[in-house]
Design a binder for this molecule. Sequence first.
Ligand SMILES: [Zn+2]
Length: 373
Amino acid sequence: MLKSPARHAWMVESSDIAFAFADDYFSSRDRFLRAADEAGATVTTLACPAVGPGDALLYMDAAWTGDPDAESLMIVTSGVHGIEGFAGTAIQIDTLGRRPPPPGVAILSIHAVNPYGMAWTCLENETGVDLNRNFVDYDAPLPQNDLYDELDEVFMCPDLAGPRRDAADARRAAYIAEHGLERYLRAAADGQRHRPGRFNFAGDAPAWSNLCLNNLVGGLARRARRIGWVDVHTGLGDRGAGVMLVIEADEAAARAAQAMWGDLIRIPSEDFPFSPKGALVAAAQAMTPWAEVVAGALEFGTEPVERVAQSMIDRFRLTAFSSVDAPEAAQAMAEIRACLAPSDEAWRRDVLGRGREIVDATLASLARRPAIA
Ligand SMILES: [Zn+2]
């Protein structure tokens, strides 16, 4: 469903993989801060209003490397979808360790945009919101996803096993057989704004992470005239393949993305079957209206899309009806990791390889074409 580009050409060492990938939020943050320190970065830290396991404090951290007055800026964000953040962090750590940005270009690496989701191994934030559907214009009527209601009972089945779960699975299979996978994915993944507390809720106000990101980027990127923004995600596409999803882009924005990332870009509806409203990358230009912004979601495939969607629903069930410590939770927790944060070296090698390719293309493009004054 998401056409894979040619494989990246990088030879990535096992030691690079071991260095860049962590398995939990806290060690991921430690490594990120250490890499930032070693790269001589200036770090800004924002405290999350919610806590992680063991009441541990959580933070969003930003590391700036390169000229503080640079007019060209690459932003790399990780962990907008919580648990998906290990891939993005690895690319950030790898980038910090490779070399300083070219002259005239700075790099802003923002670690764990949704630290709550990353710490709790889920996608949602501390108020149960899918952050990557939360970046909409709250002065305008909120986008609606009417399809959601057709499957609410399936998504909200409280059991991970047993007759009610079997019935929910049967309904889901019948729905896909009747209406197709595309409609199912739109119902499940486009975000809904009329049923707080239920699956894939997009929020009815800007979330903490949304406000923080606006303040952070609004302050740190105020001198930038040209921004290339890479927001890293996992779970869509062929295993290990990384492509740039360019979401809600008009023709000029799509052309600019094409110039920066070439045949690695993919456009919603043309290349994949849903078109979510409220994605971070779609709001990037409005966040920094003084700059020319090219933004894309770097998405790494893991498992088949139906399996990934099911792992998200099952993980949500634990939060809504059970607990991550419940005996039945272990399998669902292992499954969400397998679908969004794989630990095998081959997948991780592909993430770093493609990550280097995208980072270098972004930096080269920013260095090549200075902003028009
Ligand atoms: Zn994501």
